[in-house]
Design a protein around this ligand. Structure first.
Ligand SMILES: [Zn+2]
Length: 499
């Protein structure tokens, strides 16, 4: 058995090499690759992706899985994780007829192009027939992976956050709705208005670059194993814990935009840089899920970066770079400016308080789409607008600012949206646990981020993908995701600012 395990892990290691090559090519595409290289790179990247698919679904892989299956319960945690992940990839790759995948990919590219035009021209009617087909195909394909008694939407939810179900999300969003909707009304009706104008002070790009590097190092991102550059949308890309890169974008009249992007991406990067030696050379040396990953980025961006203790610490440091621009600004003023909250129409521009309401609208609509009764696609814009009005108190004047704003559904990404609300919720839950062992605010105010990162590394980072999100939560706290922590965090913070 020992030899089988060794061969199996080596085989997975080879697949990982191809994955690493694809990751670097994809990073290049979004940053420094010349425009003229698109076609050639797509060909190379397609070649490696095909290799990954072939190896993940090969007879050799089948052989490994069959030999290991009877022994799964006695395997150590790391081998068990290898098995679980390889089995899932194998099943997903072999259960669905190849021609369906091909058809679906073709349909998605068409749907995506139509969506792009429809969004620009505010023309939902043009997109509707494509959306209908994407939904039908998604249902058909998920049907092949459906297990006895399982619902279609749960298959999709599990793809993006292993172990999460409608039942868990219903409970979670139910709690958020109960607290955030009335809280937002308090904020909207508040007489307290804070100055944000000073945040628009001109800060030249090269100065912002210096501040980015300073902040990144301060917070614990190791630049010997990392790299900061620019792209249209900020992101983090890791191929190995010794090579984890992030991007940002600079707006010279809004330094906070890049400042918070860098903190956010550093959270992702520190996670990827901090896996344990035991798994560093294996395919498990990656963050486990988008939800847990986002909990780390939001931890550094919001729990730390949008707190008053953080501004008490960083204001003087920031003034060494920008002595004139922020001469008379106090930590309290930075804190207030960094925590504006108001209802808006666009998810990606939403603030910390309202963001999860946008996600909740999408979750509820997806839930309807994949329920037994289904929903008529032509009714979706109306349903969308009604929900936005109910939760946020604003009405989209058109579909471009409504249901057409996100790319996800045109790509068949159903079940992805709800994970966007998990990050902040997990992060609030983690800081509550952390506070039982240490005074987190006091550490932040001292600028002692290393102690905070050490806690996160011990509980989360070092495990990479060994445990599923639900197993990780269980191991850490004996408790699953619980919306109460996040609701309490928001209530305390925003009542403090606006009540
Ligand atoms: Zn992120």
């Amino acid at each position: 058995m020992e030899q089988v395990i060794k061969d199996f892990v080596d085989y997975l290691g080879e697949i990982r090499m191809y994955n690493q090559a694809v990751a670097v090519m994809s990073f290049d595409s979004s940053t420094i690759a010349p425009k003229g290289s698109i076609a050639a790179r797509a060909k190379r990247s397609g070649f490696f992706s095909q290799k990954i698919f072939e190896m993940s679904t090969s007879d050799e892989m089948k052989g490994f899985l069959e030999q290991l299956a009877p022994h799964v319960d006695t395997l150590d945690d790391i081998t068990k994780a290898h098995y679980r992940r390889a089995k899932k990839a194998y099943d997903n790759g072999t259960k669905i007829p190849a021609h369906l995948i091909k058809e679906f990919n073709e349909l998605k590219s068409k749907a995506n192009a139509v969506w792009d035009k429809a969004r620009k021209e505010n023309d939902f009617a043009a997109f509707a027939p494509y959306l209908e087909q994407v939904i039908a195909k998604t249902k058909e394909i998920a049907g092949y992976r459906l297990e006895e008694g399982q619902s279609l939407y749960n298959v999709l939810l599990d793809d993006f956050e292993e172990g999460m179900t409608m039942e868990a999300y219903d409970k979670f969003f139910g709690k958020l709705r109960e607290v955030i909707v009335p809280l937002l009304k308090t904020v909207v009706n508040s007489d307290k208005k804070y100055d944000t104008e000073f945040m628009k002070a001109f800060v030249a790009k090269d100065m912002q670059e210096k501040i980015s590097e300073f902040m990144a190092e301060k917070i614990g991102y190791d630049l010997d194993r990392g790299y900061i550059t620019e792209s249209t949308h900020p992101f983090c890309s890791g191929s190995h814990r010794t090579d984890v890169r992030i991007t940002t974008r600079y707006d010279e009249n809004d330094f906070a935009s890049s400042f918070y992007s860098v903190l956010h991406e550093c959270g992702h990067a520190i996670y990827e840089q901090s896996t344990s030696d035991e798994i560093a050379e294996t395919s498990l040396s990656r963050g486990i899920s988008s939800g847990i990953h986002e909990s780390q980025s939001r931890f550094y961006e919001n729990i730390i970066g949008r707190s008053l203790p953080f501004w008490k610490y960083i204001t003087d440091e920031l003034k060494t770079y920008l002595p004139e621009e922020f001469k008379n600004i106090t930590p309290q003023q930075f804190y207030e400016a960094a925590n504006q909250a108001k209802p808006s129409l666009i998810r990606v521009e939403a603030d910390e308080l309202t963001y999860s309401l946008h996600v909740m609208v999408r979750y509820e609509i997806e839930r309807m789409i994949f329920s037994e009764e289904g929903v008529d696609v032509n009714d979706l814009p109306r349903i969308w607008n009604e929900k936005i009005e109910e939760y946020l108190g604003v009405v989209p004047p058109n579909d471009t600012l409504g249901l057409l704003q996100d790319i996800h559904w045109s790509w068949g990404y159903f079940g992805y949206f709800p994970t966007y609300a998990l990050g902040s919720a997990y992060a609030a839950q983690f800081v509550a646990y952390m506070n039982k062992e240490m005074d987190v605010d006091a550490l932040i105010e001292k600028g002692d981020f290393a102690t905070i990162t050490a806690w996160l590394t011990d509980k989360i980072h070092r495990h990479g993908s060994v445990y599923t999100p639900t197993q990780l939560m269980e191991k850490m706290s004996g408790e699953q995701l619980n919306g109460e922590y996040y609701a309490a965090y928001l209530k305390k913070k925003f009542e403090g600012l606006f009540a």
